[in-house]
Each structure stands twice: as structure tokens, then as C-alpha cells.
Design a protein around this ligand. Sequence first.
Ligand SMILES: NC(=O)c1ccc[n+]([C@@H]2O[C@H](COP(=O)([O-])OP(=O)(O)OC[C@H]3O[C@@H](n4cnc5c(N)ncnc54)[C@H](OP(=O)(O)O)[C@@H]3O)[C@@H](O)[C@H]2O)c1
Length: 281
Amino acid sequence: MSHILITGANGQLGQALRARFVSADKLTCWTRPQYDIADPVIADAVAEAAPDVVINAAAWTNVDGAEESPDEAFAVNALGPKYLAAGCARRGAALVHISTNEVFAGEIGRFYREYEQIAPRSVYARSKAAGEQAAGAVLDRLYIVRVAWLYGPGSSNFPSKISAAADQYGALRVVNDEYGNPTYAPDVAKAIALLIETQRYGIYHFVNDGCASRYDWAVELLRLTGRKTLPVTPIGARDWPRPTMPPQHAVLVNQAGAALGIHLRCWQDALREYVQTEPYE
Ligand SMILES: NC(=O)c1ccc[n+]([C@@H]2O[C@H](COP(=O)([O-])OP(=O)(O)OC[C@H]3O[C@@H](n4cnc5c(N)ncnc54)[C@H](OP(=O)(O)O)[C@@H]3O)[C@@H](O)[C@H]2O)c1
């Protein structure tokens, strides 16, 4: 299965990708600080490594922190993919660049397909949108894979925080008016493995099927972990103040992947597997 190079290989998605591509003909895993995608020399490093496919799972993912540090966020999320794409272009390699549901405005009731107009609101969202554009400006062999509400084994994420808070407090307050697609990182990694076999470049929405509020997600997690009697109070996003207001309904639909026969299971089935899965070794 050719030479795969993963950036941000210690992140949540990066670890799922490592596990998925463990039997590739050659697997190269890059992590910080040795491989900083915000450094222009990364383009030379890619060309030298001569991979067939680069999967960029590295990103500035601190959404609230990006408001305070826009230059740093843009350096990683906008310039990083541009440098990687330039390195790929020199070698005839393909790039899978990971982006986010937050590039959409997230209007209530909307379900966003791959071809719809983006309207990023936060600094983080604008930096990710800029990354999509910057990579596309220098590389044709580009897959943009947008994901949402990502979680995976052994990482810090919404389910792990809900679990810890449930154990600590014995009762929870969870936002009930923010919707998304809870998405299991190993399912995204599996879908990417199928996608790169197709050489059908373009934009994809790889999210688990269905949508949920954060409240729905928390309640299902508690049910699956034998804590369904734990009191959970639904609250509004305004009752949980943050430096950024996330989009309220940035719910993605996987239309382009489905057309190629790439389907991700429903989010409840993926969550069930997550609660039964040990962290990566
Ligand atoms: N998490 C979500 O809910 C979510 C939702 C939508 C989209 N996404 C997108 O999905 C992708 C993967 O997210 P994730 O949840 O796996 O994120 P993550 O766990 O925060 O992993 C990101 C990785 O990127 C690395 N990194 C940061 N800056 C770097 C740089 N300048 N050079 C090289 N590596 C760098 C980090 O390294 P360190 O380990 O050293 O910090 C970390 O390992 C990102 O593109 C993100 O925007 C995530």
C-alpha cells in the first residue's frame, strides 16, 4: 500500500492513522518538534522523503486559544498545508489534508454537503479555511477531508471529559443547542485508506452518520457506560461561556464519499466501540 507519511502522528487522528496504516509498504510518522509543519523547510523534507501520500493530521486545534494567537494558528493551519502541498507537488505525491466542519457558519437546521459555500467565523475556522485554499492553490492531487467532533481511544476529548466529570461530580450540565457529528477517529482513518485508493481528488466530509447535540452525545455515553441514572441537565451554549461561540449546527453530510461507496457507520455504533476499546499501546 505504497509509502504513507503522516504529520501530527501523535495527535488524536494521527494515532488512529498510524494504527490503520501500520501495514503500509512504508510508513513514515512525523511529530513535533522535529517536524514542524509551520517551518517552510518542511516542503524540502517532504520532497526528500518521497512519499506517495502525505496525510496532514497536524494542526493548531486550540480553538479558543487561536483568538489570542492568530498568527501562530494561521502559521500552522494555513501555511503548514501550503508547504506540505508544495513538497508533494515536487514529488508527484498526493496530500490528504484534514479540515473541519467549523468552516461553515453552522446555521440552525442546515446540513452541509461538500460543495456548499464556506463561511468561517472564528480565527481557528478562518485559519482552517485558508489552509484548504492554500493547499489547493499549489496541488491538484489534493483530498480535503473535513471532519467534526473527533474523538478516539486514549485521547483527551469530549467523551473522556464527560466521563471524568461524571465520576468527579455525580451530575452534569451539558449544552443542548449545539449540534454536530460525533466522529470516531479510527472510522475516519479507515475511510481515508479507502479514499486514497480511488485517486478521486476533491473535498470529502468523513463524519459518522447522524447528528447529535452535545447533550445527546453525553447521555448516550453515560447509557453505554452503565451510568444512565446520573442526572444530566440540558443547558444553552450561552450558559457555558467561551472565548469563541462555536457554530450552532455545523452538521456535515458525507455525499461525495458515499458516491464512491465510502460510508461511515452511525455515531451511536462508533461510540459503543469506543467505550469497549483500550487506548493505543
Ligand atoms: N478534534 C476535533 O474535534 C476536530 C474537529 C474538526 C476537525 N478537526 C481537525 O482534525 C485534525 C486532527 O485533529 P486532532 O483532534 O487529532 O488534533 P490533536 O489531537 O490536537 O493533534 C494535532 C497534532 O498536531 C500537532 N501539531 C501542532 N502544531 C504542529 C506543528 N506546527 N507542526 C507539526 N505538528 C503540529 C500536535 O503536536 P503536539 O502533540 O506536539 O501538540 C498534535 O499531535 C485537525 O486538522 C483538526 O483541525 C478536529
